[in-house]
Write a protein that binds this ligand. Structure first.
Ligand code: PEP
Length: 249
């Protein structure tokens, strides 16, 4: 049975004092424990925030990892390092990584492999920019992101992944995909998974929505059959908003 997940991507925000305060607030909050909460702080705080979350049900992840195992890659973090400081989840293919750091599907696929090798959980992000939706190319685009990023995996390995659909035009813009648009794309992704891996596998994979999700729209988005939670940017920077979203199932 797939999990409901609410994950907060803090991006490049928060001082050390602010980040540890936010983590303590999230960990100390009341929320429905059948929801898996995950915090994605900036990498430099992951070790400390993993300790803050250690005795709670809140998990910690990292926003990026290297596609290489180890070696001369200045500034990069390997999945074994990430695991050794207590993180369990890794974001892959976030649209900001794709846009500003030129990460293509093949690099994302190599990252997914390293993440799984370290027994961590990838949250693989996909989603179209506005021009692609306006040109009615959004299904093709998402299909190629999924096929090239994760369809090399075995059924056992895809079951260890989470997928996040994040229409780029909705990220940080205040414009949310409508509930129908979200469900339509989530169903499309689920159908791709059914066709490739069969219904039982497809039904066990969580597909999160991301893009200006907030307390006021989370309930409607999460009510959809194929929306299993959210990847939250801006609203995850405030513990009470983040928890209100977690309590929206
Ligand atoms: C994100 O960057 O993953 C995101 C969903 O951001 P926001 O919620 O701010 O749109």
């Amino acid at each position: 049975m797939r999990k409901n997940i609410v994950a907060g991507n803090w991006k490049m925000n928060k001082t050390h004092a602010e980040a540890t305060a936010l983590a303590n607030d999230v960990v100390g909050s009341n929320y429905a424990h059948e929801v898996q909460l995950i915090m994605f702080p900036p990498a430099v705080y992951v070790s400390e925030i993993s300790k803050i979350a250690a005795s709670s049900n809140v998990a910690v992840g990292i926003q990026n990892s290297s596609q290489h195992e180890s070696g001369a890659y200045t500034g990069e973090l390997s999945t074994s390092m990430i695991k050794s400081v207590g993180a369990n989840y890794v974001l892959v293919g976030h649209s900001e990584r794709r846009e500003y750091f030129n990460e293509q599907n093949d690099v994302c696929a190599a990252k997914v492999d390293q993440i799984l090798k370290a027994e961590l959980t990838p949250i693989y992000c996909c989603g179209e920019v506005l021009e692609e939706r306006e040109a009615s190319n959004h299904f093709n685009l998402v299909q190629s992101q999924i096929e090239e990023g994760v369809f090399h995996l075995s059924a056992d390995d895809i079951l260890k992944c989470v997928i996040a659909y994040e229409p780029v035009w909705a990220i940080g813009t205040g414009v949310t995909a409508s509930s129908d648009q979200a469900q339509e794309m989530h169903k499309f992704i689920r159908t791709l998974l059914v066709d490739k891996y069969g219904i039982d596998v497809a039904n066990d994979i969580s597909i999160l929505y991301g893009g200006s999700c907030k307390p006021s729209n989370a309930k409607e988005l999460f009510a959809n059959a194929d929306v299993d939670g959210g990847l939250i940017g801006g609203a995850s920077l405030n513990a009470s908003d983040f928890i209100a979203i977690a309590n929206s199932f």
